[in-house]
Ligand binder design. Structure first.
Ligand SMILES: *Cc1c(COP(=O)(O)O)cnc(C)c1O
Length: 229
């Protein structure tokens, strides 16, 4: 079932790329495996998935040693500073940097381990009270500050769009994130690139791809509904 779902999602991404005149090779699918058991991740792995997204440090720590080493783990959830040390050398990318203090902690821990960590700045484009993330006008100042950190590499922006019934309602949000990344790219900040746009989830990834997403984070569409106990 996971293999079929994965295939379907890839087809939908390819279709969205065709509509937008984009190359499907520009879009990385992140299989969001939070709350799911390693057996299901293994199924996705066997079907070709290599990028997995998790939103809890503990879950990455549990799953990491049980699965093949060529998996790329993406930390997509809110990250507490005291937990950075556990994952800083295990993840391919942290999508959820939203404060200078968090960036400072990542810099310290990455420096200790001699790694450079690719990160995205999380933007709360929709300005939802309940969500983490920077306000639009806070993004450039943070990018400029973090550009001085030798063990962090800002590679782009991430947003979590609101939950909506009609994905078209989020098109404007994705467009705003894309525009913001173009504006920041134009500043040519040393050590900062805007090559990654992480946006789009199960309900709206096709629209996100049409608007320029280079990473989509799909959970339910691959692994089925999540149950929280
Ligand atoms: C859970 C989650 C997703 C995936 O959500 P689905 O709707 O199941 O595709 C994507 N991004 C983040 C940050 C998440 O926490």
């Amino acid at each position: 079932m996971v293999a079929d779902n994965l295939e379907k999602v890839k087809e939908n991404i390819a279709e969205a790329c065709r509509k937008a005149g984009r190359d499907p090779g520009e879009v990385t699918l992140i299989a969001v495996s939070k709350t799911k058991p390693v057996e299901l991740l293994r199924e996705a792995y066997d079907a070709g998935a290599r990028c997995f997204g998790e939103n809890k440090v503990q879950e990455i720590m549990d799953k990491y040693p049980q699965l093949p080493a060529d998996i790329q783990w993406h930390m997509i959830g809110h990250l507490q500073r005291n937990k950075v040390k556990y994952i800083v050398d295990k993840v391919k990318m942290i999508h959820s940097v939203d404060s200078l203090r968090l960036a400072e902690t990542i810099e310290q821990e990455a420096s200790k381990r001699g790694v450079q960590v690719p990160v995205l700045l999380e933007v709360n484009v929709a300005q939802e009270e309940s969500k983490f993330g920077l306000k639009t006008d806070e993004v450039l100042p943070l990018a400029e500050a973090v550009s001085a950190f030798p063990h962090i590499k800002i590679q782009g922006l991430m947003t979590i769009a609101p939950y909506v019934d009609d994905p078209e309602e989020n098109r404007g949000i994705f467009r705003q994130l894309k525009k913001l990344s173009v504006d920041i790219e134009a500043k040519n900040i040393n050590n900062v690139t805007m090559s990654v746009l992480s946006m789009g989830m199960t309900g709206d990834y096709q629209v996100a791809v049409q608007e320029g997403a280079t990473m989509v984070r799909v959970g339910t569409g691959i692994f089925g509904e999540r149950y929280y106990f």
